[in-house]
Every structure is written in structure tokens, then in C-alpha cells.
Design a binder for this molecule. Structure first.
Ligand code: PLP
Length: 378
């Protein structure tokens, strides 16, 4: 499955992207969203690799961005400005002003002071800012502990109690065009029930604000992927996901539904490839020490995430257990403990699967190590 002979020539660590799998993922995402007229914006923060961005733009999707840097990356990759939305709790005046000049499709606003800055920047440019209000839907974490961004105590979104006031503020402003409501309840959600609850919350809000025009509803992203069994589910179940919204959300006539998927689009097509530098005997355990660690893939250290680990070059029939660790001077620099792998030796190539999302994009230069390079399937 991996082009091992090619990998052996490459300096490690590097990210490998299976472009065929990306294309298949984009095809299925389109196949199950377009019959319902749904629009998907790719969440650039999952991976801003220019090759991937170009393919996603060419497939006709929009871009969901969180900084002027991401907006510029999206434009260079060919996303039309009108299909770019700009989210985030801390947009600066510079970012707002640049994004207005570029004519992006929508600002997803998260607070009253932000709305005031949007209004002021729009007035100065003599332009009308398209704005959606990001609502914190307060979906209960006790029933769904994997939801982390839609709770009252999170920094994200506008509390429902403040919505009346901010809707009126937008409607009264001559410099703001209220485009609709925006939601995002969390990430790596594999049980679809929370999305059903989100639909019910939105239905209630749409009834409450029956006299306010919301041309678009944006339900954010968060669809999860199968980290433990990537070969069983290389493409997420987009059909069930989009069906949930089609079956549970009551859209008004002409109302558009927008999605912002990140992880589901790019996670499975990417792998991190490292070399074993040493196999070290510890007390009662063996360590496989790799040449890439948390500075190239931080998810395990940051969120206790686990990526499937494979030794793709060992020819041994015997297996052993290893703690698979990186070279960085932090104890959290561990990819897996007691991993069963074929007998592993110095020089073997180790692959961390499902690393296309929140991998390369979060890489940093800690310990003055170089950033990882990228290799693409042909
Ligand atoms: C991170 C984020 C997304 C994408 O989340 P995924 O879990 O990668 O799909 C979408 N919308 C907003 C507002 C986000 O912050």
C-alpha cells in the first residue's frame, strides 16, 4: 500500500499524502451533500498544505478560515473569495480590514465588541460586512462528553441570552448584512446523536426568530474519523452525516445550509513516516525511538490522542511490544505504550496513520528541529 522503496530514499520524518484517497473522499462528500443542495467549506486549520488546498478548491468546495494567513492561503490555492468564511474569537482590526477588502463571503462573529469592530471597519471602507452570529448552543456535556466547544463555559460563540440584543444590533446597522446563524459543537464526533440535538436547537431558534431573515444556517464541522481502524473506514460515512441534517433540520424556503468539515476531509489521506533511530532496552520494556516526535505530530502529547502505528519495513514474523517515542526532551513525547509491532530494528520505517488533520499544520520547530517535508502519491 505504501511506496516503501520510494520512502527509503526520503529524509525522515515526512508527511505522506495519498492523493487518490483525498480525491475519493472529496468525491463522496460531494455525492452525499450536493443532492440536498448543501454547501461544504473545508476548515483550513485542519491542514493548510498548498497541494491539498488546491485539490479541495478545484473540487468546488469553499474554505472556512480563522486568520488572514489562512484566508491568503485559501485565495492562493484558488478558492473564490465569496466562498471563504472567516471565524475565530480574536479577529484583529487588520484581519477584518483585509478580509473586507478581499470581499470574503461571511464573517462568523462571536461577540459584541467584534461586531462593533466589523461595523467600524466596514463604515471606513464604505462596504457592507456580511455577518453570521456564532451561537453557543449549550449542548449538555454530561450526556455527550466528547463535545467541548458548545458549552456555556467555553470561550466560543454567543450565549443564547445575548442573541436578541446582537440580532437587533446587526439589523439596525447600515454597515452590517446579517446573513444567518453559525454553530460548531466540537470535533472528532463519531456518534451522530449530538448533531440531531443540534438540529433540534436550531429548529427552536428558527421558530423563536420567525420574523428575522437568516439566508444561511451554518452547522460547523466536527464529523470524526476511525483512528484505530483506518483501513476499515478510509472515507467517513458522509451519507449518514448529511442525512441526519436533511432529516432533522427544518430549513426555511430558499435557506442555504453550510458545513465546515476539516478532519473528515483530510485525516485519513495523511500519514507521518519516521525512522527508528534506536531500539533501547529499558527496565522491563523496550523503546522504539523515532526521529520524529511531538514537534511534527503533537496530537498524542496535546490531547492523549492515539494514531495507529505500523512498522512497514520489518520482515520479522515475530512480534514484540514497544513504547514508541519521539526524540524530544519531554516525557509526553510518546506516540504509544506497549504497542505490538513486528520485531523492530534501527533504520525501520514507522508510519503513524490518520495524521492528515491537525498534524503537519501544528508542526513546530521545537529543539531547533526542521519542519517535516511532504511527499505525495502519484
Ligand atoms: C475547527 C473548526 C471546524 C472544523 O472542525 P473539524 O472537527 O476538523 O471538522 C469547523 N468550524 C469551526 C468554527 C471550527 O473551529
Amino acid at each position: 500500500m505504501f511506496p516503501i522503496d520510494h520512502f527509503k530514499q526520503e529524509p525522515t520524518p515526512f508527511y505522506y499524502y495519498d492523493i487518490h484517497l483525498l480525491d475519493e473522499t472529496l468525491r463522496e462528500m460531494s455525492e452525499y451533500s450536493s443532492p440536498y443542495g448543501f454547501h461544504v467549506h473545508y476548515a483550513v486549520k485542519a491542514n493548510a498544505n498548498p497541494e491539498l488546498l488546491k485539490r479541495i478548491a478545484a473540487a468546488g468546495f469553499g474554505a472556512d478560515t480563522v486568520s488572514i494567513g489562512e484566508i491568503n492561503a485559501a485565495i492562493s490555492a484558488g478558492f473564490p473569495a465569496a466562498k471563504i468564511v472567516f471565524a475565530g474569537v480574536g479577529k484583529t482590526d487588520y484581519e477584518i480590514s483585509e478580509a473586507l477588502k478581499l470581499g470574503i463571503g461571511c464573517f462568523n462573529a462571536e461577540s459584541e465588541p467584534e461586531i462593533e469592530r466589523l461595523e467600524e471597519n466596514a463604515r471606513q471602507q464604505g462596504k457592507i460586512a456580511p455577518v453570521a452570529l456564532r451561537v453557543n448552543p449549550e449542548i449538555d456535556a454530561h450526556t455527550h462528553h466528547y463535545i467541548t466547544t458548545g458549552l456555556a463555559e467555553n470561550k466560543f460563540g454567543i450565549a443564547m441570552e445575548m442573541l436578541d440584543h446582537l440580532i437587533s444590533k446587526c439589523m439596525e446597522s447600515e454597515w452590517i448584512n446579517l446573513r444567518g446563524l453559525h454553530f460548531h459543537i466540537g470535533s472528532q464526533i463519531t456518534d451522530l446523536e449530538p448533531f440531531k440535538i443540534l438540529c433540534q436547537r436550531i429548529n427552536t431558534l428558527q421558530e423563536k426568530y420567525a420574523d428575522v431573515a437568516f439566508p444561511t444556517i451554518n452547522v460547523g464541522g466536527g464529523l470524526g474519523i476511525d483512528y484505530e481502524n483506518p483501513d476499515a473506514h478510509p472515507v467517513p460515512d458522509f451519507k449518514s452525516y448529511f442525512d441526519i441534517f436533511h432529516n432533522n433540520l427544518k430549513l426555511r424556503p430558499q435557506q442555504q445550509l453550510h458545513f465546515e468539515l476539516g478532519r473528515a476531509v483530510v485525516a485519513q489521506c495523511g500519514s507521518l513516516v519516521c525512522r527508528v533511530v534506536y531500539v533501547k532496552e529499558g527496565v522491563g520494556k523496550k523503546f522504539a525511538i523515532l526521529d520524529g516526535g511531538m514537534s511534527v505530530l503533537i496530537r498524542p502529547a496535546l490531547y492523549q490522542a492515539h494514531h495507529k502505528i505500523e512498522n512497514i519495513t520489518s520482515k520479522s514474523e515475530m512480534t514484540e511490544t514497544y513504547d514508541v517515542v519521539g526524540p524530544i526532551c519531554e516525557s509526553s513525547d510518546t506516540f504509544g505504550t506497549e504497542e505490538t509491532l513486528p520485531k523492530t530494528s534501527r533504520g525501520d520505517l514507522i508510519v503513524l496513520r490518520s495524521a492528515g488533520a491537525y498534524g503537519e499544520t501544528m508542526a513546530c520547530g521545537y529543539n531547533c528541529r526542521p519542519l517535516p517535508s511532504s511527499v505525495y502519491s502519484r
